[in-house]
Every structure is written in C-alpha cells, then in structure tokens.
Ligand binder design. Sequence first.
Ligand code: KG4
Ligand code: ZN
Length: 341
Amino acid sequence: MKDIFILGIESSCDETSAAVVVNGRKVLSNIIASQIDLHAEYGGVVPEIASRKHVELIIPVIDTALKEAGITLEDVDAIAVTYGPGLVGALLVGVTAAKAVAAALDKPLIKVHHIEGHIAANYISHPKLKPPYIGLIASGGHSHIVHVKDYLDIEILGMTRDDAAGEVFDKIARVLGLGYPGGPVIDKQAKLGNRKAVRFPRVNFPGGSYDFSFSGLKTAVINHVNQARQKGEELNIPDICASFQQAVVDVLVDHTLKAAKNLNVNKIVLAGGVAANSLLRETLKSKAQKIGMEALYPTPVLCTDNAAMIASAGYYSFLNDDFADLTLNAVPSLVIGEGRK
Ligand code: KG4
Ligand code: ZN
C-alpha cells in the first residue's frame, strides 16, 4: 500500500501546532508554538488571547511543518484537525484553516477528538502498539479511564466528576506561587520533598466506579496552606508538592489498574499532559509490572498538546474512510466516540 501522508492541525487550547505524519506512526515534522509565556502572567489560559494568537500563528506553523517534512501541500493525502473538546474560539482557528486547505486542494478532511489524539501519541512512541488496551488520559481539561477495544472503538470506563488532574496541579501551583503551568514545577519540587509529610485525601466512589474526584484534594491542600500562613508558619513547599502529587498519583494508578484487572486487559497506556509526570510514569510502570502487566507512555513532547498525535489518530479514520465535509464545526464539549461514521 502507498504511504499515507497526513497533515495534522491542533489548536484546542494554548498550543498552535501542525505536523506531518506518515502511516500514523512516523513523524516527519511536529511544530509546536506554545503560548504558555503569554498566559503565565494570568495564572491560566485566557481564551480570547489564545484565539488571537492562534490566528497569528496557524499559517506560519503549517508552512514550517511542511517545510521541515520536505513536502508540499500537494503531497498530503488528508488533513486531520482537532474539532473538540476545547476552547471554541481556539478550535475554530484550526478547523477553519484545515477546511480552507482541504477545499483549496480538494483533499479529504478528517475530524479528530482531542483525547483520541492524546491516546494516539502512543502509536508514535511505540510503533508496535495495537489495541486492545486500557488508557489513562490525564490532562489540563480531562481525566478519563478508557477501554480502547480497537483503533476507533473506545469505551469510557470512568472520568473525573469535578476537576481534571492537570487543572488541580495548576491550581495548587498558583496557591503556592509557583507559576503556570503547575505540573512541571510541582513535579520538580516534589523530588525534593517527603511524600508522607502530609496525608491528603484520596477519593474512591462505591459500587466499583472508576471515576475520579480531585476537588476535595484541592480544597484540603489549599486549607493546609492557608492554615499554615495564618499561623505564620513557613511553608515547606517541596513537602506539600510531594504529598499532593502522591495523592493524585495513588488515585490515578489504583483506578487504572483496577480497570485493567477487572477487564482482563494486561496493557495500559498513559496519555495527556499529566502523563509527563515522573512519579505517575514510574509508579504505573512498576505497579503494572508487579502484576504482569505492561505500562506504556509517550515521550514527554508527545504528552502535551501537539499535532503529530492528531495526524496519527486521523490515520485510523482515513483507513476507515471516515471523512468530514466542509460543514465541519468546532464542538467545545465533544464526547469520545461522538460523530463517528
Ligand atoms: O494535554 P495538555 O497539554 O493540555 C490539555 O489538553 O489540557 O495538558 C496540560 C496539563 C497542565 O495542566 C499541566 O500542568 C499538566 O498537563 N502537566 C503536568 C506535567 N507536565 C504537564 N502535570 C503533572 N506533572 C507534569 N510533569
Ligand atoms: Zn490536551
């Protein structure tokens, strides 16, 4: 079969990204223009600023991705774009650019769910990976446990009932004055602290639910910090970071392993921005190994938002002839599996 070149486009949050991926697995280019510095002074992503910046960056980023891949738009077999979930104004920039390219060159258009993109990052990092497996996707906007039965057949087993894991990392970092995004800096601070210093809560729901809840943990950490400040005590930032991180990781890992055991699936795949967390990676790998399971995760650059993962996910829709038309719109609260052929 002929090699399939897919141009991926991602603009759902604060990264403008374009990539060229061959046959869903081989990355020829993956250009990521991050807006993190622009949003850092506000302590989080400002939607209006994100949309404007995407408009400025999208064409140069696509151009650079093609140039770096050594191809032209004529060589592209299809354009895959994130159409949800995400910030509506941000998503629309990528969707509109993808539709314009598809219309101008008469190329097929593929719509990709952002989370399915995160999962697909593993097909790039692990070229032999095939479904079925259990996926844990933890990012700034989502915390899901899924059963990936086949490339395009994904069942949600559990999800957060309130805050996403990454969102809590970001909020705690803000309370501690550590800046944005919170995940990488808490990860670093935690290495210097004692993870048993403070016992923060871990929430489990009855009835075998795989769902998460992180808002109680967030409140407990904030209360701990406020009480210490009121008493004039000096905060031990590394200890708080290590204890908080341990609480998040315990819950993420326990629920994922429980799902894998119950469904008799021995492969676990980690994805999303929080998948870059060093304790989560180590803990999942070692606990999985102990019970004869394999845990895989993408290289760090493929954990956070990027277009290579979108092109990879799009390849499996391409093989299934699942194409979008030019009426494609952004869907800010798109559900996994929704809108499939
Ligand atoms: O997947 P992503 O780039 O964007 C969304 O789709 O949300 O994830 C960003 C999130 C942020 O909340 C960030 O704090 C978190 O991923 N993150 C981490 C780490 N690196 C990024 N969380 C924990 N540990 C990390 N090392
Ligand atoms: Zn993401």
